[in-house]
Design a protein around this ligand. Structure first.
Ligand code: TRP
Ligand code: SF4
Length: 362
């Protein structure tokens, strides 16, 4: 069972095998101009992404859906989704971005008012500051405010039953019913670009963390059942790995020591990254002899996921780390410098993007 609300440790290989997710590596070769997270194996799996590859390569339209659950502060790990959205936008995708305030209420007790406030000041402000163009074919809505979504959820709920929900999510007789309705809202989020009001059936990709796969299995099944009636096409999806927290476990919004927040003071964030867990050895001597372990290093991961665009430079750092010529002190300092530049720049952009975000629901 993969529970999207509590999962925190992932055995990626096992999940991929168990649920029949396809490896992304083979698909990668067919994509003309793959995104950094694709090239670097951060996106590890997919369902039916070949349909999307073909459309991108032929310059034909497709939709992209990924939601944000407004439940806390946005951290640097959340940036991954935004980077993918920007890439899809550049490659002809029509974006639909639900704000899952129903889910935030059901799963985290966040009121609708608070959810909306967080969506604007945390999520949308940062999405825009990170480079997403919300004026270009993007549909942003609050689940609780969207009548088309409510109607579609209702229709979707008629195509599943308790046994299926139980098989996917492991519910028990005492499960709160909002844990049944919230996933159905997500099914509707994923299908909404295909309703007549938004242009009718279209191939869709859902880029998400691997914890969201249960929702996609449910959506795909419901879509097949709705196909005859509404002509909906089965959505594709991609799955990315999660970013490691600064202390080695999961990066979590509710645990400040593990996370770099996008709104956090640069000085503070740099201080945290400076004391993050590395793949360095016990002593300088040992490091020079054996080299470091970049694949177990939070600093290196930060470069891979976020701060180092240049593949060649990244490769050099990895080699120098492995052969012991690069020492953790220097490597950390350089990475912290990049983080500082990134955050300072982002904070400056947030000022204008907050103003834009505040007008979205007017
Ligand atoms: N459940 C997702 C999360 O926890 C948010 C979400 C809502 C979503 N609707 C969606 C993700 C539609 C992908 C597609 O972050
Ligand atoms: Fe990590 Fe850099 Fe140290 Fe290598 S040298 S273990 S990449 S901090």
């Amino acid at each position: 069972m993969l529970d999207p609300w509590t999962a925190d440790a992932f055995d990626y290989d096992k999940i991929v095998k168990k649920f029949g997710i396809k490896n992304f590596q083979e698909e990668l070769l067919k994509i003309k101009n793959p995104n950094r997270l694709m090239r670097r194996g951060v996106i590890l799996g997919h369902r039916d992404f070949n349909k999307i590859t073909n459309l991108i390569n032929k310059n034909e339209p497709f939709a992209v859906v990924t939601g944000m659950m407004p439940s806390g502060q946005m951290h640097i790990g959340h940036k991954m989704v935004v980077d993918q959205l920007i890439w899809y936008q550049e490659n002809g995708g029509r974006l639909s971005l639900p704000i899952a305030d129903l889910e935030a209420y059901a799963a985290r007790g966040i009121s609708f008012e608070k959810g909306k406030e967080l969506a604007i000041n945390e999520y949308l402000t940062n999405y825009i500051a990170l480079g997403l163009n919300i004026d270009h074919d993007v549909n942003i809505y609050l689940q609780s405010q969207n009548q088309i979504l409510q109607d579609l959820s209702f229709r979707a709920s008629m195509k599943t039953n308790f046994s299926e929900m139980k098989a996917i999510y492991g519910f028990t007789p005492s499960t709160n019913l909002a844990h049944l309705t919230a996933p159905i809202s997500q099914v509707a989020d994923i299908l909404i670009p295909q309703v007549e009001e938004y242009g009718g059936p279209i191939n869709t990709v859902v880029p998400v963390g691997i914890d969201q796969d249960p929702h996609l299995r449910l959506t795909r099944d419901i879509t097949n059942k709705l196909h005859e009636e509404l002509g909906f096409l089965t959505p594709s999806s991609t799955y990315h790995r999660f970013i490691t927290g600064l202390t080695g476990g999961k990066m979590s919004s509710s645990k400040p020591k593990t996370a770099i927040y996008l709104n956090e003071e640069t000085k503070n964030a740099v201080k945290k990254l400076k004391s993050a867990k590395t793949g360095g050895r016990e002593s300088l001597q040992e490091q020079k002899e054996l080299g470091g372990k970049p694949d177990e290093c939070v600093i290196f991961e930060t470069l891979v996921y976020h701060l180092m665009d240049d593949d060649e430079k990244l490769k050099e750092i990895k080699e120098e780390c492995l052969n012991g010529t690069l020492l953790c002190g220097d490597c950390k300092n350089r990475t912290c410098q990049l983080l500082e530049e990134f955050l300072d720049d982002l904070h400056e952009k947030q000022i204008e993007s907050r103003e834009i975000a505040q007008t979205i629901f007017d």
